[in-house]
Design a protein around this ligand. Sequence first.
Ligand code: SF4
Length: 241
Amino acid sequence: MWQIGIADFIEICPRITGERWRLINHDVKDGKVILGDRRMGSQQQLARLLRERIKEQIMADALRRMTEVTDDLAVRLAEAVGMATTLIQQASSERLELSGVEQDDWPPCMRKAVRELEAGINVNHFGRLFLASISATIGLTEETCAGFFVNAPDYNPETTSYQIGHVFSRAYTPAGCAKLKLNACCAVQPGDDRLCDQPWLDHPMKYLRSQQRWRMRDAAAKADEEDSVGQSDASSEGQTS
Ligand code: SF4
Protein backbone atom coordinates (compact mmCIF):
# COMPACT_ATOMS: atom_id res chain seq x y z
CA MET A 1 0.00 0.00 0.00
CA TRP A 2 1.67 3.23 -1.17
CA GLN A 3 1.45 6.56 0.61
CA ILE A 4 2.43 10.02 -0.58
CA GLY A 5 3.05 13.26 1.30
CA ILE A 6 -0.09 15.38 1.43
CA ALA A 7 1.71 18.42 -0.05
CA ASP A 8 2.81 16.42 -3.10
CA PHE A 9 -0.68 14.99 -3.53
CA ILE A 10 -2.28 18.43 -3.41
CA GLU A 11 0.27 19.79 -5.86
CA ILE A 12 -0.11 17.06 -8.49
CA CYS A 13 -3.77 16.04 -8.31
CA PRO A 14 -5.59 19.17 -9.55
CA ARG A 15 -4.23 18.41 -13.02
CA ILE A 16 -5.80 14.93 -13.02
CA THR A 17 -9.52 14.63 -13.64
CA GLY A 18 -11.88 12.27 -11.80
CA GLU A 19 -13.31 12.03 -8.32
CA ARG A 20 -10.76 9.47 -7.22
CA TRP A 21 -8.06 12.13 -7.37
CA ARG A 22 -9.72 14.40 -4.85
CA LEU A 23 -8.21 14.46 -1.36
CA ILE A 24 -11.61 13.99 0.27
CA ASN A 25 -11.83 10.50 -1.22
CA HIS A 26 -8.62 9.30 0.44
CA ASP A 27 -7.58 8.30 3.93
CA VAL A 28 -4.86 10.51 5.38
CA LYS A 29 -2.55 9.30 8.12
CA ASP A 30 0.38 11.18 9.72
CA GLY A 31 0.47 13.72 6.89
CA LYS A 32 0.46 11.03 4.21
CA VAL A 33 -2.28 10.21 1.71
CA ILE A 34 -2.95 6.48 1.36
CA LEU A 35 -3.24 5.64 -2.31
CA GLY A 36 -5.65 3.15 -3.90
CA ASP A 37 -9.39 2.69 -4.03
CA ARG A 38 -11.91 0.06 -5.10
CA ARG A 39 -11.32 0.55 -8.81
CA MET A 40 -7.66 1.54 -8.93
CA GLY A 41 -4.90 -0.16 -7.00
CA SER A 42 -2.38 1.65 -4.84
CA GLN A 43 0.47 0.98 -7.26
CA GLN A 44 -1.66 2.15 -10.20
CA GLN A 45 -2.40 5.43 -8.51
CA LEU A 46 1.24 5.92 -7.64
CA ALA A 47 2.20 5.21 -11.28
CA ARG A 48 -0.36 7.77 -12.50
CA LEU A 49 0.97 10.41 -10.10
CA LEU A 50 4.55 9.74 -11.14
CA ARG A 51 3.57 10.01 -14.79
CA GLU A 52 2.03 13.41 -14.10
CA ARG A 53 5.13 14.56 -12.24
CA ILE A 54 7.44 13.38 -15.05
CA LYS A 55 5.24 15.06 -17.67
CA GLU A 56 5.41 18.31 -15.71
CA GLN A 57 9.23 18.14 -15.58
CA ILE A 58 9.50 17.40 -19.29
CA MET A 59 7.27 20.42 -20.02
CA ALA A 60 9.33 22.69 -17.75
CA ASP A 61 12.52 21.46 -19.36
CA ALA A 62 11.13 21.98 -22.87
CA LEU A 63 9.99 25.53 -22.05
CA ARG A 64 13.42 26.35 -20.62
CA ARG A 65 15.16 24.99 -23.72
CA MET A 66 12.87 27.00 -25.99
CA THR A 67 14.39 30.18 -24.61
CA GLU A 68 17.80 28.92 -25.81
CA VAL A 69 16.71 28.46 -29.46
CA THR A 70 18.51 31.01 -31.63
CA ASP A 71 17.17 32.28 -34.98
CA ASP A 72 19.74 30.19 -36.81
CA LEU A 73 18.71 27.02 -34.96
CA ALA A 74 15.00 27.80 -35.52
CA VAL A 75 15.60 27.96 -39.30
CA ARG A 76 17.45 24.65 -39.24
CA LEU A 77 14.70 23.00 -37.21
CA ALA A 78 11.81 24.43 -39.24
CA GLU A 79 11.34 21.42 -41.51
CA ALA A 80 11.39 18.86 -38.68
CA VAL A 81 9.03 21.01 -36.58
CA GLY A 82 6.64 21.33 -39.53
CA MET A 83 6.57 17.54 -39.96
CA ALA A 84 6.01 16.92 -36.27
CA THR A 85 3.22 19.52 -36.14
CA THR A 86 1.44 17.92 -39.11
CA LEU A 87 1.65 14.47 -37.49
CA ILE A 88 0.30 15.79 -34.19
CA GLN A 89 -2.58 17.54 -35.98
CA GLN A 90 -3.44 14.35 -37.88
CA ALA A 91 -3.40 12.29 -34.67
CA SER A 92 -5.55 14.76 -32.78
CA SER A 93 -8.13 15.09 -35.57
CA GLU A 94 -8.36 11.27 -35.61
CA ARG A 95 -8.87 11.29 -31.84
CA LEU A 96 -11.52 13.98 -32.18
CA GLU A 97 -13.34 11.94 -34.80
CA LEU A 98 -13.23 8.89 -32.54
CA SER A 99 -14.39 10.82 -29.50
CA GLY A 100 -17.71 11.18 -31.37
CA VAL A 101 -18.23 7.42 -31.31
CA GLU A 102 -21.65 6.45 -29.98
CA GLN A 103 -22.61 3.17 -28.40
CA ASP A 104 -24.71 2.29 -31.47
CA ASP A 105 -21.53 2.45 -33.56
CA TRP A 106 -19.78 -0.25 -31.55
CA PRO A 107 -19.12 -3.48 -33.47
CA PRO A 108 -21.12 -6.54 -32.34
CA CYS A 109 -18.02 -8.24 -30.90
CA MET A 110 -17.43 -5.29 -28.57
CA ARG A 111 -21.09 -5.19 -27.53
CA LYS A 112 -21.02 -8.95 -26.93
CA ALA A 113 -18.00 -8.68 -24.60
CA VAL A 114 -19.60 -5.84 -22.63
CA ARG A 115 -22.97 -7.64 -22.45
CA GLU A 116 -21.43 -10.89 -21.28
CA LEU A 117 -19.30 -9.25 -18.62
CA GLU A 118 -22.32 -7.30 -17.42
CA ALA A 119 -24.23 -10.57 -17.09
CA GLY A 120 -21.41 -12.13 -15.06
CA ILE A 121 -20.37 -14.46 -17.89
CA ASN A 122 -16.70 -15.23 -18.14
CA VAL A 123 -15.03 -13.61 -21.17
CA ASN A 124 -11.76 -15.20 -22.17
CA HIS A 125 -8.41 -13.44 -21.95
CA PHE A 126 -8.40 -12.60 -25.66
CA GLY A 127 -11.86 -11.03 -25.42
CA ARG A 128 -10.83 -8.97 -22.40
CA LEU A 129 -7.69 -7.73 -24.10
CA PHE A 130 -9.73 -6.84 -27.16
CA LEU A 131 -12.29 -4.93 -25.09
CA ALA A 132 -9.61 -2.93 -23.28
CA SER A 133 -7.66 -2.14 -26.45
CA ILE A 134 -10.70 -1.07 -28.48
CA SER A 135 -11.94 1.03 -25.55
CA ALA A 136 -8.59 2.84 -25.48
CA THR A 137 -8.59 3.26 -29.27
CA ILE A 138 -12.06 4.83 -29.39
CA GLY A 139 -11.25 7.22 -26.57
CA LEU A 140 -13.19 5.72 -23.65
CA THR A 141 -11.63 6.50 -20.28
CA GLU A 142 -9.83 3.89 -18.18
CA GLU A 143 -12.60 4.27 -15.59
CA THR A 144 -15.34 3.52 -18.14
CA CYS A 145 -13.41 0.50 -19.35
CA ALA A 146 -12.83 -0.74 -15.79
CA GLY A 147 -16.59 -0.41 -15.23
CA PHE A 148 -17.21 -3.09 -17.89
CA PHE A 149 -15.47 -5.66 -15.70
CA VAL A 150 -17.19 -5.05 -12.37
CA ASN A 151 -19.55 -8.05 -12.74
CA ALA A 152 -16.91 -10.43 -14.12
CA PRO A 153 -16.88 -13.69 -12.13
CA ASP A 154 -13.25 -13.23 -11.08
CA TYR A 155 -13.42 -9.46 -10.64
CA ASN A 156 -10.58 -7.99 -8.66
CA PRO A 157 -10.40 -4.18 -8.71
CA GLU A 158 -6.64 -3.98 -8.32
CA THR A 159 -5.82 -6.53 -10.99
CA THR A 160 -8.40 -5.07 -13.39
CA SER A 161 -7.10 -1.52 -12.96
CA TYR A 162 -3.54 -2.65 -13.36
CA GLN A 163 -4.23 -4.61 -16.53
CA ILE A 164 -6.38 -1.90 -18.07
CA GLY A 165 -3.76 0.72 -17.23
CA HIS A 166 -1.17 -1.46 -18.93
CA VAL A 167 -3.24 -1.80 -22.12
CA PHE A 168 -4.07 1.93 -22.22
CA SER A 169 -0.46 2.99 -21.65
CA ARG A 170 0.88 0.67 -24.37
CA ALA A 171 -1.83 1.69 -26.85
CA TYR A 172 -2.30 -1.87 -28.15
CA THR A 173 -3.99 -2.19 -31.54
CA PRO A 174 -7.31 -4.08 -31.21
CA ALA A 175 -7.32 -7.53 -32.81
CA GLY A 176 -8.82 -8.02 -36.27
CA CYS A 177 -11.84 -10.14 -37.19
CA ALA A 178 -9.83 -13.25 -38.14
CA LYS A 179 -8.19 -13.49 -34.72
CA LEU A 180 -11.44 -12.65 -32.92
CA LYS A 181 -13.23 -15.43 -34.79
CA LEU A 182 -10.41 -17.85 -33.99
CA ASN A 183 -10.67 -17.03 -30.30
CA ALA A 184 -14.46 -17.31 -30.13
CA CYS A 185 -14.90 -13.56 -29.66
CA CYS A 186 -16.81 -12.76 -32.87
CA ALA A 187 -20.50 -12.17 -32.18
CA VAL A 188 -22.07 -13.00 -35.54
CA GLN A 189 -22.78 -15.77 -38.00
CA PRO A 190 -23.12 -15.11 -41.75
CA GLY A 191 -26.38 -13.27 -42.36
CA ASP A 192 -26.61 -11.79 -38.84
CA ASP A 193 -25.22 -8.35 -39.60
CA ARG A 194 -25.09 -6.64 -42.99
CA LEU A 195 -21.80 -4.89 -42.22
CA CYS A 196 -20.00 -7.92 -40.80
CA ASP A 197 -21.02 -9.80 -43.96
CA GLN A 198 -19.14 -7.37 -46.22
CA PRO A 199 -16.03 -8.95 -47.79
CA TRP A 200 -13.91 -5.87 -46.92
CA LEU A 201 -14.87 -5.98 -43.23
CA ASP A 202 -11.80 -7.51 -41.65
CA HIS A 203 -11.44 -5.32 -38.57
CA PRO A 204 -13.90 -4.08 -35.92
CA MET A 205 -12.54 -0.54 -36.34
CA LYS A 206 -13.72 -0.61 -39.97
CA TYR A 207 -17.18 -1.52 -38.69
CA LEU A 208 -17.11 1.40 -36.32
CA ARG A 209 -15.93 3.95 -38.87
CA SER A 210 -18.47 2.75 -41.37
CA GLN A 211 -21.28 3.10 -38.82
CA GLN A 212 -20.08 6.59 -38.00
CA ARG A 213 -20.08 7.61 -41.65
CA TRP A 214 -23.61 6.26 -42.13
CA ARG A 215 -24.84 8.08 -39.05
CA MET A 216 -23.31 11.36 -40.22
CA ARG A 217 -24.73 10.93 -43.73
CA ASP A 218 -28.18 10.20 -42.23
CA ALA A 219 -27.98 13.28 -40.03
CA ALA A 220 -26.95 15.46 -43.00
CA ALA A 221 -29.79 14.04 -45.16
CA LYS A 222 -32.29 14.66 -42.36
CA ALA A 223 -31.07 18.23 -41.94
CA ASP A 224 -31.41 18.81 -45.73
CA GLU A 225 -34.92 17.38 -45.64
CA GLU A 226 -35.93 19.65 -42.75
CA ASP A 227 -34.46 22.63 -44.61
CA SER A 228 -36.41 21.89 -47.78
CA VAL A 229 -39.65 21.31 -45.78
CA GLY A 230 -39.05 24.65 -44.02
CA GLN A 231 -38.51 26.40 -47.37
CA SER A 232 -41.61 24.89 -49.01
CA ASP A 233 -43.71 25.82 -45.91
CA ALA A 234 -42.45 29.39 -46.18
CA SER A 235 -43.21 29.60 -49.91
CA SER A 236 -46.74 28.18 -49.52
CA GLU A 237 -47.40 30.68 -46.69
CA GLY A 238 -46.22 33.43 -49.05
CA GLN A 239 -48.60 32.22 -51.80
CA THR A 240 -51.56 32.04 -49.37
CA SER A 241 -51.01 35.57 -48.12
S1 SF4 B 1 -17.16 -9.93 -38.07
FE1 SF4 B 1 -15.53 -8.73 -37.14
S2 SF4 B 1 -16.54 -6.80 -36.55
FE2 SF4 B 1 -18.16 -8.29 -36.93
S3 SF4 B 1 -18.60 -9.14 -34.91
FE3 SF4 B 1 -17.14 -10.50 -35.91
S4 SF4 B 1 -15.16 -9.79 -35.21
FE4 SF4 B 1 -16.60 -8.16 -34.78
